[in-house]
Ligand binder design. Structure first.
Ligand SMILES: NC(=O)c1ccc[n+]([C@@H]2O[C@H](COP(=O)([O-])OP(=O)(O)OC[C@H]3O[C@@H](n4cnc5c(N)ncnc54)[C@H](O)[C@@H]3O)[C@@H](O)[C@H]2O)c1
Length: 364
């Protein structure tokens, strides 16, 4: 099998785990070039992970030895870089979120389709052993028909530890856009698309005081909601509740639970690939752990990309961490906020095909 040749744009924090996995773990791909606005960063990563070439961004996306581009720039750069890659005739896989605005997300989908290219996006944690085991359990019927789900991501923001926390409180930030992609992608992968959503949002604290060392004492004006509550009507009929918040000092809540007609499934942290997975059926006294016999329990970032590379080699379009799924997540995140601003339910315009379970013997 010819390896798919990956070019990576953006060599910051998250690039290390991608480069490690793409150069050492997944045999079906090879990294042929890296680029970054700060060339020193690209050179460092190339040296560390044995990538043969460091290129300018524009050169990389036109390079004949790059089949597929991985966009690991910051969210502000997602749309522009993806647009350039698709315009250059190559498929692109981007870190979350697909883009900041819904319009840009829709435009990328249209461009990819127009040019006959694949568009994929993180997170791919739902392809890990934990959430794939949950999918097996739902498909097996053990918990019966899913009737509801909850997802909770609560903390008190990041100004106590992050050296430059301003962006969390500016447009494009907030808890839903920061962490919602993990929770919503997991819910949608497990339960299928949403039909409509509503939400309530609040800015509970108008200013934040930084207590991390570099900017200790500085004030941040909060521009975006930091307490975001959503209700999701799934097309299947199940009802979901999600809270993402930077305003909660303490909570004793699960990450994700799926409520079925015969019992409850406790889903692991969707920001990881691992377990634990637990279930408690009607009549049982407690939750009990489920054995996980699936691969990819460790940090397998890049799994969605290699699944997309597989589809690209096969001339197929059935890859799982798809642009359609990421677009549905993006539309939902905007819709929770819009529903709150306008006091109404929002019917979603986007949808996606629920990703098939990963084949157990898939050779990536
Ligand atoms: N850091 C994490 O733990 C983490 C986890 C999950 C997802 N992500 C996502 O990964 C993406 C990157 O995050 P990060 O933490 O690595 O950010 P980062 O700021 O550490 O790295 C981004 C890199 O992209 C480069 N860059 C920006 N615009 C560019 C352009 N136009 N051309 C070439 N290079 C450009 C920057 O110079 C920088 O080196 C974000 O979308 C983020 O949401 C990050």
């Amino acid at each position: 099998m010819e390896k798919t040749r990956i070019g990576v744009i953006g060599c910051g924090n998250i690039s290390s785990i991608y480069l490690q996995n793409l150069t050492q773990r997944f045999a079906s791909v090879t990294v042929t070039a890296v680029a970054d606005l700060i060339p020193e960063r690209a050179r460092e990563k190339a040296e560390k992970y044995g990538v043969p070439r460091v290129l300018e961004t524009d050169a990389l996306l036109h390079d004949p030895e790059v089949d597929l581009v991985l966009n690991l720039t910051t969210p502000q750069g997602h749309y522009a870089i993806c647009h350039q890659v698709l315009s250059a005739g190559k498929p692109v896989y981007v870190e979350k979120p697909l883009s900041i605005s819904l319009e840009h997300g829709l435009a990328l989908k249209t461009l990819a389709r127009h040019n006959g290219l694949l568009l994929g996006a993180a997170p791919d944690t739902f392809l890990g052993a934990g959430i794939q085991t949950c999918l097996d359990i739902i498909h097996s019927g053990v918990i019966g028909r899913p009737i509801g789900a909850t997802a909770f991501m609560t903390n008190h923001g990041h100004e106590s530890w992050h050296p430059d926390p301003e962006f969390y409180y500016q447009t494009g930030g907030g808890p839903m856009f920061d962490m919602g992609p993990y929770y919503l992608t997991a819910l949608y992968a497990l339960l299928g698309p949403a039909m409509r959503v509503t939400g309530r949002t609040a800015i509970s604290f108008k200013q934040r005081t930084v207590s991390s060392s570099k900017k200790n004492g500085q004030l941040i004006d909060v521009e975006v909601p930091t307490h975001v509550t959503g209700l999701i009507d799934f097309a299947s009929g199940a009802i979901g509740t999600i809270i993402t918040s930077f305003d909660v000092w303490a909570a004793d809540l699960p990450r994700i639970e799926i409520y079925g007609s015969k019992g409850t499934l406790s889903v692991p942290d969707p920001n990881t690939f691992a377990g634990p997975v637990r279930i408690r059926l009607a009549g049982e006294q407690d939750f009990h752990p489920v054995d996980m016999d699936r691969p990819h329990q460790e940090n397998s970032r890049g799994l969605g990309l290699v699944d997309m590379a597989r589809a690209w080699r096969e001339g197929a379009c059935d890859h799982r961490a798809s642009g359609d799924l990421a677009l549905h997540v993006l539309e939902s995140m905007h819709a929770f906020h819009q529903a709150s601003d306008e006091n109404r339910h929002i019917y979603l315009k986007t949808s996606f095909t629920q990703p098939a379970p990963l084949e157990r013997d898939a050779c990536y």
